[in-house]
Design a protein around this ligand. Structure first.
Ligand code: PLP
Length: 409
């Protein structure tokens, strides 16, 4: 009789957002009169439609696909040159960062890349993650058998190095101890879920650490477009020496509303070599070529349009719209006496739960009493206990209404 991959059997419970959806559904079934009244600031999905310049590019690309002369079949595995060159010019050259088009791998989004990138590292590579953290980094390493045993009491894996991100350290992790022997370090800034950022000097210290200790940083910059402070780095390649120790993952989901359209990319520099001189860029190219057949032509054309003058203007407006939601939530809750973090250079507000109330308890309390949904911080890791994540991705009405209701409590 066949057997399932027992690494998958180690995964505890549901994926966080399925868990939350289940609770909301159960609440709706028990209180049908209140179900329609729920304000959702939980899952981090955008709500603004695709910008006109992007829709236009999609239409034009669809028309091209409809005539024999301009029809395109399989896209190049690594992405079309028109997009990769546009990315290099706009996201890196413009910030003085050294990245080349043949180091950019276009994909169907950052989640795939965050989950898949671990495949090109050895099975015994020790990973370090922030706590709290976007769940994909750990779960994908669980599936690969890299995380040891799960302790249901603490919510921690025995072989994972956790770097607590708490109020006391400004929600930025401290460097792992020298005896930790980490090989893969996952960092995400601006951060999901805390909304924290990292300064150029702090990021440089991570790059120096990785180079000194032969580790690799997987830098998830999915929320880079939300940075408003001009002093903050947008890319890890703005740091000296990052080309020998860092992989960067980007997404079109949050900067241009592609959560349902699907586009992202990963940079693996040619200078990133393992202990035996193996090129990680070539390994990732090999993996991409075998397991991925390219992002759709029409979507890559849409991605290119994000970088047009009009596209930049329109997507900027959307980001400013969400950041106004963030301001309304952050300031409204602070005025009401809550302690809030984030929401300045990130679309997430990290709300401290009232004294003595746990994350899930506060989640249930908000759902029960005022029908507002957030994401319990504990769902992102033990150090997220005592917090609730609210997102700025809803409508203006949902942001103002959530604040109004929380203030009435
Ligand atoms: N990385 C982080 C930190 C995220 O929060 C998300 C989505 O919420 C992703 C990656 C996934 O982005 P994508 O939609 O490109 O798959």
């Amino acid at each position: 009789m066949f057997k399932a991959n027992d690494n998958y059997l180690k995964l505890p419970g549901n994926y966080l957002f399925s868990d939350i959806a289940g609770r909301i559904e159960a609440y709706g079934a028990a209180h049908p009169d209140k179900a329609a009244n729920i304000v959702r600031l939980g899952i981090g999905d955008v709500t603004q439609p695709l910008a006109p310049s992007i829709v236009k590019a999609l239409h034009e690309a669809v028309d091209e696909m409809g005539t024999a002369a301009s029809f395109r079949g399989y896209a190049p595995d690594l992405g079309y040159d028109f997009l990769r060159e546009t990315i290099v010019h706009n996201d890196f050259e413009s910030r003085g960062a050294e990245v080349y088009a043949d180091e950019v791998f276009v994909s169907d989004g950052a989640k795939s890349d965050c989950g898949n990138i671990q495949e090109i590292f050895s099975a015994d590579a020790r990973i370090a993650v922030c706590d709290p953290v976007y769940p994909v980094y750990v779960d994908s390493n669980v599936m690969a058998g890299r995380t040891g045993a799960y302790d249901a009491k603490t919510g921690l894996w025995s072989s994972v190095v956790y770097m607590p991100c708490v109020k006391e350290n400004g929600f930025t992790p401290e460097l792992p101890g020298l005896d930790e022997d980490v090989a893969l370090i996952y960092l995400c800034f601006p951060n999901n879920p805390t909304g924290a950022t990292i300064s150029q000097a702090q990021l440089q210290a991570w790059v120096d650490y990785a180079n000194e200790h032969g580790a690799v940083i997987i830098y998830d910059a999915a929320y880079e477009a939300y940075i408003s402070d001009p002093a903050l780095p947008h890319s890890i390649y703005e740091c000296d020496g990052a080309r020998t120790c860092a992989i960067e993952i980007r997404s079109f989901s949050k900067n241009a509303g592609f959560t349902g359209t699907r586009l992202g990319y990963t940079v693996v520099p040619r200078d990133l070599k393992d202990a035996n001189g193996v090129s990680m860029r070539d390994l990732w190219a090999r993996r991409h070529g075998t397991k991925f057949n390219g992002a759709p032509y029409i979507v890559q054309r849409a991605g290119q349009a994000v970088y047009s003058e009009q596209g930049k203007r329109e997507t900027r407006e959307q980001i400013l719209f969400y950041m106004e939601n963030a301001r309304i939530i952050r300031e409204g809750l602070a005025e009401a006496g809550y302690t809030v973090f984030g929401g300045v250079n990130a679309p997430y507000i990290w709300l401290a739960t009232p004294e003595g109330m746990g994350s899930w308890q506060f989640f249930d309390h908000l759902l029960d009493t005022i029908q507002v949904v957030g994401t319990p911080g504990a769902g992102f890791g033990p150090s997220g206990e005592g917090y609730l994540r609210l997102t700025a991705f809803g409508s203006r009405e949902s942001a103002t209404e959530a604040v109004r209701r929380i203030r009435t409590m």
